[in-house]
Design a protein around this ligand. Sequence first.
Ligand code: SF4
Ligand code: SF4
Length: 167
Amino acid sequence: MKSIDALCPNCGLCCDSTLFADVELRAGDDAKRLKRLGLTLHQKTKTKLAFSQPCACFDGKLCRIYAERPKRCGLFECGLLKRVEVGEMSAHAALKKITSAKNQAEQARGLLRSLGQRDERMALTHRYAGVMASPMDFSKPEEMELRGELMLAVNDLMTQLQRDFLR
Ligand code: SF4
Ligand code: SF4
């Protein structure tokens, strides 16, 4: 079995907003076609179009437009995938790291929901930034405790993502 088939259907972290808040289109991408396929594009800078994550074309397991996905998606390989491909890591070990990162991301999402941030269409990092930027109510110790747990959960998640997926 190819590494990509062993890992990606069990992961999705590069499509569900855990790793990226958005994805920029590249030269050669057909923006009109991608829109028709279901991606919602926005003007990120004067010259760059992007689509936000969680990606509208991610079905929770796989990419619905795999054969026609944007160039950036086709080129991306996370660190785990690269290490499994060159034989530096077993698929079994990589799947354990995927499970750990997914559990950690789910813990962070659960805490965001507990703190009232329930918009699952927003990227995880944007949800986190929104919660942390809102004023603290010092009369609610429970909320302050949850914020502390959220900070630790997101910090742990970012450490795992940097270590295992982004290098
Ligand atoms: S983060 Fe890596 S293993 Fe996970 S879906 Fe993306 S490329 Fe595949
Ligand atoms: S277009 Fe496909 S590969 Fe790219 S982010 Fe969306 S679901 Fe993932």
